[in-house]
Design a protein around this ligand. Structure first.
Ligand SMILES: Nc1ncnc2c1ncn2[C@@H]1O[C@H](COP(=O)(O)OP(=O)(O)OP(=O)(O)O)[C@@H](O)[C@H]1O
Length: 231
């Protein structure tokens, strides 16, 4: 299990008006449970928190580390360990077709090109994407792309998987597929979601509001707290 540590980590950005806005208030957290959800209103800072975990964003103050590797000093090593699934799959699908994208993800792990193609085809089948393997990425639906993005990140076998709203584009059937895939993974998983059922699959959940973690506890308690904020 990975051990993620935020020590007084904050994130600020300059707004288009030229002023500095604190998007994540100084936050200290230890994240070592196997399934952790981050919930909260639009714009509350969930994606910003997640992006700090693999060094996509560096903290403006404080520090973030994964298994003792600092995201600022050891960014490359952190990114090899932490897989990140974006809300918008087109941010991470870089090859023309699903098959080639999976092969790209497998290149470190599977050295033979024949074995790599076979493994990529097996993964396509596992995610129900087999008939689309040779199609253009742009011909896939949003949900198909989201599943493919998950498959490509998992193909790298990260020790920690961070998912930013992984079910936003999925229909009921594929949301169930996603939930069962995630439930079967050995990796530690940290995800942000507006799907409270997905949050309830986790053992711990953080509730964010206006750039702060305002509740941290068992998922059922966190969901109740979040619902209470808007009742
Ligand atoms: N680089 C940036 N510069 C200025 N403002 C930013 C920047 N990044 C994020 N923000 C703002 O910070 C706030 C938090 O954004 P963030 O994407 O972390 O929220 P979120 O909780 O993931 O929202 P959602 O549920 O809508 O995806 C938003 O109001 C956003 O507009």
């Amino acid at each position: 299990m990975s051990h993620v540590l935020l020590q007084e980590a904050s994130f600020s950005a300059e707004t288009s008006g030229g002023s500095v806005r604190i998007i994540l208030q100084p936050t200290t957290l230890e994240l070592s449970e196997q399934r952790i959800a981050v919930i909260g209103a639009n714009g509350s800072g969930k994606s910003t928190l997640l992006r700090l975990l693999n060094g996509l964003l560096l903290p403006s103050t404080g520090s973030v580390s994964v298994d003792g590797l600092d995201t600022r000093a050891d960014g490359g090593a952190v990114r090899r360990q932490v897989g990140f699934v974006f809300t918008d799959p087109l941010s991470q699908l870089v090859m023309p077709t699903p098959l080639e994208d999976l092969e790209l993800s497998l290149r470190r792990r599977v050295k033979s090109t024949t074995a790599r193609r076979q493994e990529a085809a097996r993964l396509l089948q596992e995610y129900g994407l087999e008939p689309l393997g040779g199609n253009s990425i742009y011909e896939l639906s949003g949900g198909e792309r989201q599943l493919l993005a998950l498959a490509t990140v998992l193909a790298v076998e990260p020790t920690l998987l961070v998912l930013d709203e992984p079910s936003t584009l999925l229909d009921l059937r594929n949301t169930r597929l996603l939930r069962s895939r995630l439930a079967g993974l050995n990796q530690q998983l940290i995800l942000s979601t507006h799907d409270l059922e997905l949050a309830l699959d986790c053992s711990r959940a953080l509730v964010m509001d206006a750039g702060q973690v305002v509740f941290d506890g068992a998922a059922a308690d966190a969901v109740a707290h979040y619902r209470g904020m808007y009742s």
